[in-house]
Design a protein around this ligand. Structure first.
Ligand SMILES: Nc1ncnc2c1ncn2[C@@H]1O[C@H](COP(=O)(O)OP(=O)(O)OP(=O)(O)O)[C@@H](O)[C@H]1O
Ligand SMILES: [Mg+2]
Length: 247
């Protein structure tokens, strides 16, 4: 189980996350829902332990062990992975080298072909391409998804997996989510689109750096639709004045 316990994250002059408690039990599929600027990606960065994203207060626990002070590399070794909202570019690295971590990942050609096919890329056309600006954002995102299929991490934070990928490919992303689950991994899907959350069991709804509610995805999506989509003050916490006005 991966757990965020009373986690807050502040930068000078701004509270970005406030006293968050989240639990990700292995074997379940999770969504983190919220509108733009709610704090979703920041939660992903805190889980991954990116430089400058150490909690100001609180702890991150993996199977009851405190990993708050572990680096991004140590967490990767423990099986935690983040797929970026904006996929990275690696000048001079071919798709093949990227997918096999420079040949260090013990996978055969068949597995690589299978992973690329699963994310909708023809291996014959892509294996020797470079993971640089010559690939479109959507293509890079698909290659990151393929790398997840090969690495089989335990906890996979997918930050807006559908951004930059055409709507027709929602099924492909859902297949990847199911695949993560099938080998015993725990997908954590960050999204502001309810369709993207439907293939998960439980969801957390984030607003202005706080958890508004959590529970079965269907219920949380209903609340998201009814409250957030029509909210007149997105990402501004409810004040006394708003309460008086019935919001
Ligand atoms: N380094 C920073 N300096 C100032 N503000 C920041 C910084 N990092 C994050 N923020 C702010 O924190 C809030 C949460 O950002 P975050 O990227 O986590 O949102 P998000 O929910 O992922 O949004 P989106 O759906 O647009 O991706 C935003 O208001 C953002 O502007
Ligand atoms: Mg984001």
């Amino acid at each position: 189980m991966l757990e965020l316990k009373n986690v807050s994250y502040e930068i000078p002059g701004k509270k970005i996350l406030e006293n968050l408690n989240l639990k990700f039990i292995s074997g379940k599929k999770y969504a983190i829902l919220g509108t733009n600027g709610a704090g979703k990606s920041t939660i992903g960065y805190i889980i991954m332990g990116l430089e400058d994203y150490k909690p100001t207060t609180g702890n991150i626990l993996l199977d009851q062990k405190d990993i708050t002070n572990k680096s991004v590399f140590e967490r990767a070794k423990l099986g935690i992975t983040l797929m970026w909202q904006e996929p990275a570019r690696y000048e001079g690295l071919s798709v093949y080298v990227y997918l096999t971590l420079g040949g260090r990942l013990n996978v055969n050609k068949e597995e690589i072909f299978d992973a690329l096919n699963k994310v909708g890329l023809d291996p014959n056309l892509y294996l020797n391409r470079f993971v640089d600006k010559s690939l479109s954002g959507g293509e890079r995102k698909r290659i990151e998804l393929a790398s997840i299929l090969l690495l089989k991490p335990k906890y996979v934070v997918l930050d807006e997996p559908d951004s930059g990928i055409d709507i027709m490919s929602l099924d492909m992303i859902n297949n990847v989510i199911d695949y993560i689950s099938s080998y015993g991994g725990t997908p954590i899907v960050i999204t502001h689109r309810e369709e993207m959350a439907f293939n998960t069991d439980e969801a957390y709804l984030v607003c202005a750096g706080k958890i508004l509610t959590h529970g079965p995805t269907q219920k949380v999506v209903e609340i998201f639709k009814n409250i957030c989509n029509t909210c007149s003050h997105p990402n501004i916490p409810v004040t006394e004045e708003l309460k008086l006005n019935g919001r």
